[in-house]
Design a protein around this ligand. Structure first.
Ligand code: MG
Length: 325
């Protein structure tokens, strides 16, 4: 068995100015990285991580050892860059990687970019989010419904690049004929329910280009609050020639349109002092707080509105003063 088809699609979404997600479709390797950091550092982090996957020589390594080594190499590069360049200080990225070797598919991941397996009309999430909300779910402090709308659902507990070392979760599963695997950033899973992801795969599991594009569209219809990235690959007995004929779909959104529609606000990392309070919960003592995905904090939004009101008031005073002279 081998990779029979694959596709990748990524979109800025409807609320962000930049796409800080990156992905890799380079059979037998597939990956999604969701970057975070001030200004455009998140973009740099996810791109560095993706490049590390593609140009690191795995030597004789295979399976979990290889996948873990690749993510650790990505971690080393992102961390090194963040230390060398103050404008990218503190940047990081999620990273979920799949490596296909015959019938075995090995996954390695850090953060909350998920992998799913579609098999016989069912879908199963096969990675466990490294997120605050998942910690609270596991310890019974939150219900799944509460988790869906939790204000800190964007806080992840592990990231690639924020520390000198990273703990990688890895596992291997045996694929069956017809299995489709999906790797995606939270911009998909926060906007589209698993049942609706399944619906798309039921319809388009034989046309992964269409499937990935449909999922991106569904996330945008759901609000498009974050960057959306979807990578899909199918395992089958079909020959390798099939896979090389089918080019991966690179579907970047038109950034110009996004820029017209959206205010000029840069992505920010929530500072540690604002994040720490969410870890007061004894359920997550080991958590290293990494906050992200807040393009603008509530406090900053209030400041922005006050500033605009002040400017309007000054303009009004000047206008009246000018008319009275
Ligand atoms: Mg994201």
């Amino acid at each position: 068995m081998s990779v029979a088809g694959y596709a990748g699609a990524s979109d800025t979404g409807r609320k962000r100015r930049h796409n800080e997600d990156s992905y890799v479709v380079a059979p037998p390797l597939f990956a999604v990285a969701d970057g975070m950091g001030g200004a455009q550092a998140g973009e740099i982090a996810s791109k560095l991580a993706a490049a590390a996957l593609e140009d690191t020589d795995p030597g004789a390594m295979s399976g979990p050892e290889r996948v873990t080594m690749l993510i650790q190499e990505a971690n080393r590069r992102v961390h090194e860059r963040a230390n060398a360049d103050p404008s990218t200080s503190g940047m990081g990225t999620t990273m979920t990687v799949a490596l296909v070797e015959g019938t075995s598919v090995t996954f390695g991941h850090v953060g909350d970019s998920r992998a799913y397996r579609y098999r016989n009309g069912t879908i199963e999430q096969i990675t466990e989010d490294h997120s605050l909300v998942n910690e609270l779910l596991k310890s019974g402090k939150l219900s799944p419904e509460e988790a869906d709308t939790h204000p800190q659902r964007s806080v992840i507990t592990r990231a690639v690049g924020t520390d000198p070392d990273v703990d990688v979760d890895s596992f291997t599963i045996e694929a069956e004929e017809g299995d489709v695997f999906l790797i995606c950033s939270d911009g998909l899973t926060d906007m589209v329910r698993d049942a609706d992801i399944l619906d798309v795969l039921d319809r388009f599991h034989e046309d992964l280009d269409r499937a990935t594009k449909s999922l991106v569209s569904a996330a945008n219809r759901g609000g498009g609050e974050d960057n959306i990235t979807v990578v899909a690959f199918a395992i089958s007995d079909a020959s390798d020639a099939d896979a090389t004929e089918r080019m991966p779909a690179v579907d970047e959104a038109d950034d110009t349109m996004e820029n017209v529609r959206l205010p000029a606000v840069d992505t920010m990392v929530v500072p540690p002092e604002e994040v720490e309070h969410v870890f007061v919960e004894p359920g997550s003592p080991e958590a290293v707080a990494v906050a992200r995905r807040d393009p603008i904090s509530p406090a900053a939004r209030v400041r922005l509105v006050l500033m605009m009101l002040l400017l309007l008031a000054i303009a009004a005073v000047l206008l009246v003063w000018g008319l009275l002279r």
